[in-house]
Ligand binder design. Sequence first.
Ligand code: AMP
Ligand code: MG
Length: 498
Amino acid sequence: MNNRLAFPEATGIAHLRFANAFASLPAAFYTRLAPTPLPAPYLVAASEQAAQLIGLAPPACASEDFIQTFSGNRAAADSQSLAAVYSGHQFGVWAGQLGDGRAILLGDVAASDGGRLELQLKGSGATPYSRMGDGRAVLRSSIREYLCSEAMAALGIPTSRALSVIGSDQLAMRERPETTAVVTRMAPSFVRFGSFEHWYYNNRREELKTLADHVIAGFYPELQAASNPYQALLAEVTRRTAQLMAQWQAVGFMHGVMNTDNMSILGLTLDYGPFGFMEAYDPGHICNHTDQQGRYAYARQPQIGHWNCFALGQALLPLIGSVEETEAALGNYQAIYGAKLDELLHAKLGLASRQPDDDKLLDAMFALMQGSHVDFTLFFRRLGNLRLDGSGGDEALRDLFIDRAAFDAWALQYRARLKLENSQDRSRKLAMDASNPKYVLRNYLAQTAIERAQEKDFSEVRKLQQILENPFDEQPQHARYAELPPDWARGLEVSCSS
Ligand code: AMP
Ligand code: MG
């Protein structure tokens, strides 16, 4: 995870050299346009770790140059900015053309890992794909995207990154008027499953092939040698998506809007909206208030990930050539997901080996957690303190359960299972603490930081981001950020409004 190679010579915005590989695609793929200026912009927060990925030193992130560039007010040199077209299935229904309705791609720049990263402004004004929208993003949702992108990266989960949030007093109308902001996102590519669906459903085979070739050449060059590169592309995206779903489940992350236009062709977590982290464990939990049917409930995410891969498969079918080959590429999803989840859950429980009855132990654990509405993050973190000889360590863990007797019975089985592989308390705790984060972006933490920011105090956004940069560390001075949510947080609702 430590890819903090700082470029010695590059410190400021002037050093960023923009190219735009996406702009080399035919004109039908996008509309060239400049961001709409953001009145009187100010820095809300910038991620030093994200900045380092593109060779920007921390002082550069506070400069006027930075603020003007990443508010969209000053065109970066060589930037060929554009908004891309895509389509998608929303809540399982074909929605037709969507596109970057409020995002503008500035271009791509050199990254410290030797590759390139695209920089995209989100909330930078209307585009030809805005439909009824105003092209803006409110400060609330911009802070949520910023904090969660960086938090997920620190958890080791593939994601788009967030470089900065730049605010303005300009208002946008949502349920009520709210101030606006621009987030700068970074990813090698923002191409979505829906980018492919767009050409498929418009019967534009030529463009479909052009897009697939662009993605393979740019991001999956090793697949060019495959006998059927398009089938190989689908298989690889399916693999990454299955693994991503397992990583989401293992940390209790709920995306909230897993529409095909929000699914990254690189297997990254993309388009943070009404996401949430599981608190009181309930597999049926729906984090998005707008999702009344619970299509994107926690327990359904893996299945929806599969459904979305099928949607991508349908779109790639004309290139792959046959239903059989397409189905073959999709066929390993469940096995890959299952194997990855199994690996992650074993790590979360500190189990180094596989035993035939492990599934029973896990099922019993989740049933207990659900019955007692146990906090997902606290449970796993505290589980690491349990001692094999029963000499303590589990008081705080036990306190999470309403049914203590049932927990005791389970803990007996768990200890027996640990003894079976001759587990050692100290090394197991170390390993478990590296798998079970102490700090996640709980909704109420985000909400507290947002409310302060709405009063122009950005210190809590910055502090929270720094705490979440090291989610596995104890950070005793910040222990209250790992506590159960307060009572007022129960009424918090997040919706698609952003
Ligand atoms: P989302 O649900 O945020 O992934 O957005 C779905 C589609 O609506 C995308 O094409 C977005 O670009 C577009 N969209 C969302 N909010 C706005 C807005 N305020 N202005 C313009 N387009 C928007
Ligand atoms: Mg989206």
